[in-house]
Design a protein. Structure first.
Length: 289
């Protein structure tokens, strides 16, 4: 296709949109509202996923030490634990520090600890795992290995709660995938049919172009470009509306995040391709010959 022909086709696509402002506006609004539902769902999923990741990263493993462990042996034990591939950080928590934190946790009820003759809490290590290894099977293996080291009295990490949490998270992601698939297919249906109705409304125009000898590519291309522009405009409207909702929600839900610029760009590009594809397949009815 020559450059002059391409310029004409692009200009014709824009003029087609300009000549039918009302119908184009209605189509864009319908597609924009359907895309808004999809975009809001994506943002909600993103924020819930971030919350799950942050909550998981806060999980700590506590290694309780024998009371008669010497400082030298304790330091050697710390280096052994830190050398494990699953471990990111090992912090020593003395029994005195642990007791002070326990008193703060009790608050006004801390008076019950005043009658203690000695500190019953042991020295401990607080372990932070690498994020990719925070899984029940990995942590169980790590706890088993650490528990066998000399000087270790006990290892705890909330085994029961971790397993329950993993089941809940798996259930959430399965349900989220199912709902997301339904929303996605609904959006594809709305956009493709909206674009298809736009093409069908130009049937007479297509017939005239065929009568004057225009090629299939020459007829199809302006409609494909128009479908892409409409869908891209609808996706931008959806993004603006979603951001307004995000700003309003951020006043009540602190720490929530919005999609970054690259994600919005991918979303707009995907919607443009979806609109172009809808126009392309709708034109097959008129260009079979």
């Amino acid at each position: 296709m020559k450059l002059n022909e391409l310029r004409y086709i692009v200009a014709e696509s824009i003029s087609m949109i300009a000549r039918r402002k009302l119908s184009t506006s209605v189509s864009v609004i319908i597609m924009g509202l359907s895309l808004l539902i999809l975009l809001v769902f994506i943002i909600i999923t993103l924020n819930i996923s971030n919350f799950i990741d942050k909550a998981t990263e806060e999980l700590r493993v506590y290694v309780y030490l024998d009371n008669d462990l010497s400082d030298r042996d304790r330091e050697a034990l710390q280096f052994k634990i830190l050398g494990m591939k699953w471990v990111e950080e090992v912090v020593f928590v003395s029994r005195e520090e642990a007791l002070e934190k326990f008193k703060k946790t009790l608050g006004e009820n801390s008076d019950i600890l005043e009658d203690l003759q000695s500190n019953p809490l042991p020295d401990a290590y607080r372990i932070r795992m690498k994020p990719q290894y925070i899984k029940s099977e990995v942590m169980e293996r790590m706890a088993e290995q650490v528990g066998k080291l000399p000087g270790v009295e006990d290892v705890r990490y909330g085994k029961r709660w971790l397993r329950r949490g993993e089941k809940i998270i798996r259930g959430f992601y399965l349900a989220d995938l199912f709902v997301g698939l339904i929303i996605f297919l609904s959006v594809v249906f709305v956009i493709s049919n909206t674009v298809r109705l736009t093409v069908f409304s130009r049937e007479k125009t297509i017939d005239v172009m065929k009568l004057v000898g225009a090629t299939n590519t020459y007829i199809r291309t302006p409609f494909v470009i128009e479908g892409a522009l409409q869908s891209a405009a609808a996706s931008l409207i959806a993004a603006v509306l979603a951001y307004i909702l995000f700003v309003a929600a951020s006043h009540y839900l602190k720490g929530i995040v919005f999609l970054d610029g690259s994600a919005i760009g991918v979303f707009v590009a995907f919607c443009a391709l979806l609109g172009a594809g809808g126009s392309f397949f709708a034109m097959r009815r008129f260009l079979k010959a």
